[in-house]
Design a binder for this molecule. Structure first.
Ligand code: G6P
Length: 605
């Protein structure tokens, strides 16, 4: 979703800003722009389209040492040159980039129009520039604070003022803003991806904070101008995590990183003495954990689906009821929050607003919530008083692959931990630990069969519709397989519990509608094979993902994955589904890493 980058210091700002914008591209966007301080004037370059299109409009060299940039994902107003950020006031004195949504934009717009201000774009963000310009204050940060006190909604902003050419004022409420500290230079970004190349020293702004950045440092205050002391943190990730290396796409790179991700999520967390797991980050005593009668998982998109699968894994081993719900559905139904329920918020980015607001709702009602999060120091990680970090490393492709797998590993560890506190036997605990340790090598073997998946994808990419079916964990996996395929290849794909096919969707099964059937080698396999017969009787093509070679019989095509611990089978079966989506997208010439309309991290409601 929208991204912010900014620089003030001795170096030329332009190359730093354009590089930052490229690093933000993965979040998903539809337009981009830059504002620079140049000879007491603002130079603004912005356009609808890709970052390279903005860069192509730039003069070769612009001497400027302070500037801000933005990638926009349209919310108020269609993607267009005029709606792209930065936005300026009518005099061209103030430039603003903004992530988030101003909720009282309509009344602010009316006020400005009534005062004779010409508003040129359809955005809520432009209003901020006019409002800041109209405050009579000597200091830019004073003007920004005054305006923000009249705003409702979410924002991460960066502001330039020609009257203060060597500073940037930033502020945060619900949309991340990170300050990067350099030597005689200061950076700002909404995502550390745009910073790691230059500095590992960062300061995370909290909601309701404003900061003034100059080449020599930063001053953080509240909206009421009370100073706040904030020491820098270190970011762990290196610059290399944001490069494609030898791969054509980040999605392929991240699929291939999965064996290593599994090892990283497991590292230091297997307790071989007690055949259990170590999850100290949860910050919950054994006594507190034993007191929970239920677990409720919330998340959005793939994080929600990983939660659905995780719920089944934990319920199976820990023998307590667990269910998962889409975070936005949960928050909007005035949920009953129970004190003996442990709430788990799943999020790769740790910034998804629907999930964040759901956490607020739980905490406001006195519930206990913990995070299962990838990005260290992200808003969700900080809001929950503990949790399980995935340690999967940065995920750049918009669609989730390696963090989905890492989330399943985190749930499996939790299942083992809670199970061993309750009635899971030591020998069953040991069996699962051995299976977890064997998993990275088994996934590596599956990754080596890329050419098989490519051949299959070429065959199935010519269809415009597809079904994915499975039972129990297989159904949740079918949801993820269908979501991946539609996200990257734009093939219309739907998931159903296999048993539901005959209750409606089978009406659409013809020789033009293939079905992917997930058949783990479990006691439901026979039922899944019966579903294949129903589809074949309607001449529907079938691609079966199987574990037992005997289950290939009536499918048109199949992929066999190795037999393994039943709780880990979904991870193995996921690999061909990820590749099916990836190669189908390539067959159909789609933008694999940045599918249309999608954003990596959805920071609006
Ligand atoms: C967006 C992304 C999805 C992701 C979802 C949740 O919709 O396109 O790939 O699964 O957000 O993101 P989170 O960062 O909370 O896991």
């Amino acid at each position: 979703m929208c991204g912010i980058v900014g620089y003030v210091g001795r170096q030329e700002a332009l190359p730093i800003l354009t590089e930052g914008l490229r690093r933000l591209e993965y979040r998903g966007y539809d337009s981009a722009g830059i504002a620079l301080h140049r000879a007491h004037k603002l130079a603004i370059f912005k356009a609808c389209g890709k970052v390279r299109e903005v860069i192509s409009t730039l003069p070769k060299r612009i001497r400027a040492h302070t500037g801000i940039g933005h990638t926009r994902w349209a919310t108020h107003g269609v993607p267009s040159d005029v709606n792209a950020h930065p936005h300026c006031d009518s005099e061209g004195r103030i430039a603003v980039v903004h992530n988030g949504i101003i909720e009282n934009a309509a009344s602010l717009r009316d006020q400005l129009l009534a005062q004779g201000v010409r508003v040129v774009s359809d955005t809520d963000s432009e209003l901020l520039a006019h409002l800041i310009a109209r405050v009579d204050a000597d200091r830019l940060d004073d003007a920004v604070r005054t305006v923000l006190r009249s705003i409702t909604g979410t924002y991460g902003i960066a502001v330039l003022d020609t009257a203060h050419p060597e500073e940037i004022v930033i502020a945060r409420n619900g949309s991340p803003v990170i300050v990067g500290i350099g030597d005689g230079e200061t950076f700002v970004a909404s995502d550390s991806a745009a910073l790691v190349r230059y500095t590992q020293k960062v300061v995370y702004l909290e909601d309701g904070e404003v900061a003034r950045l100059t080449a020599s440092g930063y001053e953080v205050t509240t909206l009421d101008a009370a100073p706040i002391a904030r020491a820098p943190d270190a970011i762990e990730v290196s610059d290399g995590s944001y490069e494609k290396a030898e791969f054509d796409h980040f999605m392929a790179k991240e699929i291939h990183e999965q064996p290593e991700c599994i090892r990283r999520t497991l590292r230091g967390r297997l307790d071989k003495r007690f055949h259990s797991a170590r999850l100290d980050g949860l910050n919950l005593s054994a006594n507190a954990l034993l007191g929970f009668k239920r677990i409720k998982v919330i998340g959005c998109g793939s994080a929600y689906i990983a939660g659905l699968l995780g719920a089944k894994i934990v319920e199976r081993l820990a023998r307590i009821p667990v269910d998962a719900e889409a975070a936005a559905e949960f928050r909007y139904r005035n949920p009953i929050i129970e004190h003996d329920t442990l709430y788990l918020a799943v999020s790769q980015s740790g910034e998804t607003l629907d999930t964040l607001v759901a956490i607020d709702e739980i905490q406001r009602k006195g519930g206990t919530v913990r995070g299962i999060v990838n990005v260290v120091g992200s808003s969700i990680a900080r809001k929950c008083a503990g949790g399980i970090y995935l340690h999967a490393g940065p995920e750049i492709a918009v669609v989730s692959t390696k963090t989905f797998v890492a989330t399943l590993i985190a749930f499996t560890l939790l299942a083992l931990y809670l199970g061993r506190m309750r009635d899971l036997s030591p020998s069953d605990g040991r069996r699962l630990i051995e299976a977890l340790e064997a998993l990275p090598a088994q996934v590596s073997e599956l990754l080596e069969r890329e050419s098989d998946y490519r051949r299959l994808a070429a065959r199935y990419a010519r269809y415009d519709h597809a079904y994915f079916i499975g039972r129990n964990c297989g159904y949740a996996l079918a949801m993820e397989g269908a979501l991946k395929l539609k996200e990257v290849s734009y093939i219309h794909a739907e998931a159903y519990p296999a048993s539901e096919l005959k209750h409606g969707p089978i009406a659409l099964v013809t020789e033009h509608t293939p079905t992917v059937v997930l058949i783990p080698d479990d006691d439901l396999a026979e039922r899944n094979l019966a579903s294949i017969e129903e589809i074949k009787a309607r001449r529907g093509p079938v691609l079966a993902i199987i574990q037992n070679p005997d289950h290939a019989a009536s499918a048109d095509d199949h992929v066999t994955v190795p037999a393994m611990h039943e709780l880990l089978s979904p991870i193995a079966m996921l690999i061909p589904l990820q590749f099916l989506a990836y190669f189908a997208a390539i067959e159909r010439n789609c933008d694999v890493d940045q599918p249309r309309n999608l954003a990596k991290s959805v920071t609006v409601e």
